[in-house]
Ligand binder design. Structure first.
Ligand code: MG
Length: 166
């Protein structure tokens, strides 16, 4: 049978607020690639807010290089979020394909083992990160899904997570 191991995140947490960044730093992580939709803000919201702004300022103060890596087909949405958060970004990168991750490595001037991928989608963020041999952190999606195709994907994700005993 297909080995589900490539889908296993290194960590599975409720939200980005629960990530132990000091612990990541101890593991040698220097760069953080954040998914946007349903990882840092709800898919149908573009409200950033001071809490999120401070969250990323704090990570920069801790010495992390941060980049927003989004599959969103609306580069304007991604750019607005990136501008508000004062972060570099890459949009429409077709995770889990590797070119976006590779481009992010070049921008941040880091190697794969120095980078953590943080996202809510197992078959996109995590699969892509694992294939790149980056540290992967799965978080629970912020909003309830309404698009039928992503509902199916979330159902499949839950099945995989139960098989992986996560
Ligand atoms: Mg997402």
């Amino acid at each position: 049978m297909f080995d589900l191991g490539i889908l296993r995140p290194n960590q599975y947490l409720d939200s980005i607020q629960n990530i132990d960044f000091a612990g990541l730093k101890e593991k040698g992580i220097k760069g953080l690639l954040f998914d946007i939709d349903d990882t840092i803000i709800a898919r149908r919201s573009d409200v950033i807010g001071p809490m999120l702004f401070n969250f990323f300022e704090n990570l920069k103060d801790q010495g992390f290089s941060v980049l927003l890596l989004s599959n969103n087909f609306n580069p304007g949405r991604v750019e607005r979020a990136a501008n508000e958060l004062k972060l570099p970004f890459l949009a429409t990168v077709f995770k889990p394909l590797s070119f976006g991750y590779k481009k992010a490595l070049r921008i941040l001037n880091l190697h794969s083992p120095e980078v953590a991928v943080i996202g809510d989608q197992l078959f996109m963020d995590i699969l892509g990160g694992n294939r790149m041999e980056m540290h992967t952190v799965l978080v629970k999606p912020i909003s309830r899904e309404i698009a039928w195709y992503r509902k199916i994907m979330r159902f499949a994700e839950q099945w995989v997570l139960s098989r992986l005993a996560l």
